[in-house]
Design a binder for this molecule. Sequence first.
Ligand code: HEM
Length: 332
Amino acid sequence: MDKNITDKIELLQEKYALMGQDINSYLEGLLLSNYLTYWDYTQVETLLTLQNPKTDYPDELIFIMYHQITELYFKLSMHEFDQIGNNGKIMSESGQDIGWNEKLDADFFVERVTRINRYFEALTKSFEIMINGMAKEQFLKYRMALLPASGFQSAQYRMIEICSTDFINLVDKDVRDQYKGKNSSIEEMFQFIYWNKGATELESGKKTLTLKQFEQKYSKKFIALANEYKTKNLWQKYLSLPEADRKNPKVTNVLKELDVNVNVNWPLVHYKSAVRYLQQKEGDVPATGGTNWQKYLPPRFQKRIFYPEIWTAQEKEEWGKGWVETNVFRTN
Ligand code: HEM
């Protein structure tokens, strides 16, 4: 028998012995198992069963699928936050060591944050599918069957924010200074999370049903994640790099790009779609969440900034007003 093959069999024997398993049974299983197919590996058939519009308006399929596409990109982003947060380690559920060990240095940091930036750039570019890719008349009809669901309830969008920055930067900007530098708990700060303002009823000032349902389902998870990422969010990981790396423009620029991608560019294209579909001359169409979206959504009002330490006072002052795209350049 080819030596390559016998060598591999020996390695296999070691692998199984290590776990107290008998290689013979596994070889028998291998003899019986089927060849892998594309459709089984990608689970494409299951994937294509997950599009279930609530009405018969044809364009609702575009709406539901583009949300799903976005969530998949969000998941890809979370995959990178997970690896950066865990210093490049993959926590394999099988407990097997595949011998793949990255370490968190400047190159790894830049490469992985660039991946997230690429995903957000793809999302920003493709948002045109929402802005111009559906008939307004249809949208205004089928959206009524979707109440009170809203993209506001995307948990992964919030998880990306939590993994990107120190939690204080997600506290409503009007009360943020009261909590800064006070070592406040995540639980305390969570009560003033910025997004509460985006889901408060215009008339009564009460929490919308959209927010109540969102809180019931996810608040505990968000608080647990924020506690877990206190020491391993992207900003903390950046701070853990040697000083020379922290000063390297390649490193600071990927963080700046992320800040702009998540907090300005994507919110701006998203806002454009709300304007296209919901803005009317005689007063705006209320959003599905019943909020004042025009005052809430534009980045210049929210002023959500992940890395205030690396922007100048003027840049922060002019946040979301158009300078950012022309002022941040890719260096890698
Ligand atoms: C025609 C397309 C869209 C329109 C008209 C639209 C409209 C809105 C409006 C009005 C809000 C404010 C909250 C509310 O009152 O419901 C909102 C929030 C939000 N939407 Fe959309 N949306 C669209 C597509 C999407 C897509 C494709 C996603 C992808 C997941 C998305 C994710 C979000 C998120 C994450 C928020 C919360 C933003 C924040 O808190 O700053 N939206 N959207």
